[in-house]
Write a protein that binds this ligand. Structure first.
Ligand SMILES: *Cc1c(COP(=O)(O)O)cnc(C)c1O
Length: 379
């Protein structure tokens, strides 16, 4: 049996929506499906504005423009994250400040954030790793009295919540990803959620090459002009047509992933009990979305051997992230605050199992059987 790491979800409705978009003769970022996607986020996250962007990376970039960061400013984030989180900060000449993660969730440690705050801290960027929510209430309590903005990297967080409030609805801004490896996809895509009403007017200018074109379209001005810094942050109508089909069916897509996630989790309980691996955990306050299933092997060496064993059996397991503080650009553009003990240790032992919408129960069982076979061979 061959089991890839990921197959992008496809629910068969995408083609009809794309055909409809073409028939509508409006293919830029102002078409009907773009509006439907924006409305979906406004309704589901109760945000005053959402911008469907070409990627999560571009959504994070737009957030940095709105936060007006520059040289001398610091942005606190975990080192255990995807490159984009730190790269958008470095791009504007500000300094990513890395802190350690909580061993139970691999999410940013709140006590580490508190110790890392300085007079230069302008933004905190929590990353909801694996779609498991960070402790957003505590993070907002640290940020708000100090006038620090919170930008959630919710790339992995769609259809997940913390304390019954959606991920992406907590921070002043939040960014989602619809890259083909995420739960809900459109090839390449993202969304910037603006929760802070004070940022809305500028966001409408920044997303449209720094112009007040939105006011022109609303009939508020008779021509539009260059008003502020900005870029081209709107997604094409063809991609948002695909995306809308997935958002509409997002509960169903998430449920199928959750079923496979539970199957893995129950099956690996025995190996955890016998001390052979440590399963990921989801705190009681979090409703997760099965974006990732991972466990920790006991040693880094054991991870490579298991990874190779699975590969031989046709199973593509993966691991990530090379902690950003140890990456070449991380050393050049960033600094750490406090020890990186958990990040260094656990990122070297983490292994992700294949998990995607069309993964069948039988295929997941084959993965489980193969992992069990590996550990039987070692005891
Ligand atoms: C996937 C991902 C991104 C980048 O998303 P793109 O849409 O590919 O730009 C950023 N941060 C995290 C945590 C991610 O998982």
């Amino acid at each position: 049996m061959k089991i890839p790491f990921n197959i992008p979800p496809h629910i068969q409705k995408e083609e009809a929506y794309i055909a409809q978009a073409i028939a509508n003769k409006k293919l830029s970022g102002e078409g009907a499906f773009n509006k439907k996607c924006v409305e979906w986020f406004k309704e589901n996250l109760r945000c005053p504005l959402a911008v469907i962007t070409p990627s999560c990376t571009s959504a994070l970039e737009m957030a940095m423009v709105l936060a007006d960061i520059g040289p001398g400013d610091e942005v606190i984030m975990p080192s255990f994250t995807f490159t984009s989180t730190a790269n958008v900060v470095a791009l504007y000449g500000a300094t990513p400040v890395f802190v350690d993660v909580d061993p139970a969730t691999m999410n940013i440690s709140v006590s580490a954030i508190e110790k890392a705050i300085t007079s230069k801290t302008k933004v905190i960027m929590p990353v909801h790793y694996a779609g498991v929510g960070c402790e957003m209430d505590k993070i907002m309590d640290l940020a708000n009295p100090r006038g620090i903005l919170v930008v959630e990297d919710a790339a992995q967080g769609i259809f997940a919540s913390y304390k019954n409030k959606a991920l992406g609805a907590w921070g002043h801004m939040a960014a989602f990803s619809f890259h083909e490896t995420k739960n809900i996809v459109c090839g390449e895509g993202g969304a910037l959620i603006i929760n802070d009403a004070k940022l809305v007017a500028r966001a409408e200018i920044v997303r449209d090459k720094g112009t007040n074109r939105q006011q022109f379209l609303n009939g508020q001005v008779d021509k539009y002009t260059w008003q502020d810094k900005g870029s081209s942050y709107l997604q094409s109508e063809l991609a948002t047509a695909f995306l809308y089909a997935q958002l509409e069916n997002g509960q169903m897509i998430t449920q199928k992933r959750l079923d496979r996630w539970k199957q893995y989790h129950q099956a690996f309980a025995g190996l955890e009990k016998s001390g052979q691996l440590t399963r990921m955990t989801i705190p009681a306050d979090c409703k997760a979305n099965a974006h990732i299933y991972y466990f920790l092997t006991n040693t880094a060496d054991e991870r490579s051997i298991l990874w190779g064993y699975l590969k031989e059996k046709g199973i593509q397991a993966t691991f990530h992230y090379v902690p950003l503080h140890s990456a070449p650009a991380g050393q050049k553009f960033s600094r750490t605050a406090g020890p990186m003990t958990v990040t260094d240790d656990q990122s070297a032992r983490l292994l992700r199992m294949p998990l995607y919408y069309s993964l069948s129960e039988q295929e997941a069982q084959y993965v489980i059987d193969t992992v069990n076979e590996f550990y039987r061979g070692r005891s």
